[in-house]
Write a protein that binds this ligand. Structure first.
Ligand code: GLU
Length: 475
């Protein structure tokens, strides 16, 4: 019988949901859904000094927005301290972990001496019990840490789903701290109880949550040997690991805040659609033939853990905009209307008429890569426009002024629909011996504040008649 696939994403709430984490969340989610398994959310909030409730909320909101639904969780590590303590005690009793009373000063001196001897710094095992070994006397007033008794020999090996086989010698890794006294910044945690370190909590949780596959960023490859040794010490089944390469910025350096937006929320605010983000993130490190545009359902159908890229992908804003433009065109106008309404509200423009916003979206969406661009177009329906001096000088010339006035008079009287507006324009052109490319840009500049728009008769129907008349007045 094959085990049910269970995956998870385990962000630390020390900021927003990073795009790299969103991508591994997507892979974990899609892998679970592909196999009919479960996907879990765990909040790794043991860094008490840096974790915030605000950040937890951002993570939850981002997951919701992306539509990455989880079957269990959120599980909060800080609510599981008793469990980590129990497991640490169990390991101490079994001899796979031990208390270490070395003070920070003592450890500094130890490392200093190692450096002076030209050695790589490492914990020297001074508190590690061994048959016949005399341990130092327990000093008074020192809160101990708990360390893993890492196997002294042999090696750790795993077949990484992304990187392939990886082997690390146990000589290279020392006795990791798995539990340390609570810091002063966490007065609610009794110091004696202590706080688990990342590598310990992650293993206890992955074990308890019966996680079968772990997808995460490759910055954790160096942690994996310790984690595997802790799983072994606990007699717990090992999940399979898949370490995805980092995402590079368009300058080839690690994608970071300093070099542009890195959070899911920033893209939401900038008018990207969640399905576009999922499509783009999916392709950034995974492929299905040459397919560039695919639905999330297709991804779930295809995502079996193969074809994950071994080398870093580069963030490409132009490609993301192209993908988003595709989804904007495909989106229902009524949905875009709601999104534009939200964006307008952030600009202080309150609009209730969703029908109008839907008609505007239908007309403008072909030209837009983001909902923000769509909002830029739509805003002219509600706020005064400021045509540039250049546009005015180029298009609103003495040659067209009389025609503009005549058109205004006609528009004051016609039925307010596309056909009648088009007829009024044609009649004006004929009467003034002008061509459409002379009159239309002038109308656009005055009414819309820009010289290019979709078909002007269609655009004018979006405005209330009085607004068009006002903007054409006195030219
Ligand atoms: N809290 C870790 C992180 O955000 C989780 C890594 C893991 O998935 O094990 O990087």
């Amino acid at each position: 019988m094959t085990k049910t696939v269970r995956t998870r994403i385990a962000p630390s709430p020390t900021g927003f949901l990073h795009l790299g984490t969103a991508r591994t969340a997507l892979y974990s989610w899609a892998y679970a859904r592909h196999h009919g398994g479960q996907f879990m959310l765990r909040i790794e909030d043991t860094d008490v000094a840096r974790s915030t409730q605000d950040s937890v909320q951002q993570i939850l909101d981002s997951m919701l927005w992306l539509g990455l639904d989880y079957d269990e969780g959120p599980v909060y590590q800080m609510q599981r301290l008793a469990r980590y303590h129990a497991v640490a005690e169990q390991m101490i009793a079994a001899g796979t972990a031990y208390r270490c009373y070395a003070t920070p000063e003592e450890l500094d001196a130890m490392r200093e001496a190692q450096r002076a001897r030209g050695e790589k710094t490492h914990y020297d095992g001074r508190w590690r019990p061994a048959p016949g070994k005399q341990l130092p006397p327990v000093p008074a007033g020192v809160q101990p840490v708990v360390r893993l008794a890492n196997p002294a020999h042999g090696h750790v090996h795993w077949d990484d789903l992304v990187k392939g086989p990886i082997t690390i010698s146990n000589d290279e890794i020392d006795d990791l701290i798995i539990l340390r006294p609570a810091p002063e910044s966490a007065p609610e945690v009794a110091p004696a109880l202590g706080i688990p370190t990342y590598n310990f909590a992650v293993v206890v949780d992955d074990w308890d949550m019966r996680i079968t596959h772990v997808f995460r960023g490759d910055e954790h490859i160096n942690n994996t040997p310790w984690q595997i040794n802790i799983f072994r010490a606990l007699g717990a089944p090992l999940p399979q690991f898949g370490h995805c390469p980092i995402i590079l910025g368009d300058d080839g350096l690690k994608l970071s805040k300093r070099r542009g937006a890195v959070s899911v929320t920033a893209y939401q605010d900038a008018g990207y659609l969640p399905e576009a983000m999922l499509n783009y993130l999916a392709r950034l490190g995974w492929s299905h033939g040459d397919d560039e545009l695919f639905s999330v359902e297709q991804m779930v159908q295809w995502f079996d853990g193969s074809h994950l890229a071994k080398s870093p992908a580069q963030w490409d804003p132009a490609k993301l905009a192209w993908v988003n433009a595709h989804y904007i065109k495909a989106a229902a106008d009524s949905r875009l209307a709601g999104l534009v309404q939200g964006q307008l509200a952030t600009r202080g423009v309150v609009v209730d008429d969703l029908g109008l916003l839907a008609r505007a979206s239908a007309l403008f969406k072909e030209r837009c890569s983001t909902v923000v661009e769509l909002t830029d177009w739509t805003e002219m329906l509600f706020v005064p426009v400021g045509p540039s001096a250049d546009d005015l000088a180029t298009h609103v010339t003495d040659a067209v002024r009389p025609a503009l006035q005549a058109l205004r008079d006609k528009l004051a009287a016609v039925d307010w629909d596309k056909a009648c507006i088009a007829a009024a324009m044609k009649e004006t052109l004929a009467a003034h011996r002008l061509k459409m490319p002379q009159l239309a840009p002038a109308v656009r500049v005055l009414v819309c504040g820009r010289a290019q728009t979709p078909s002007i008769d269609a655009v004018l129907t979006l405005f209330p008649r009085h607004t068009v008349l006002e903007r054409l007045q006195g030219v």
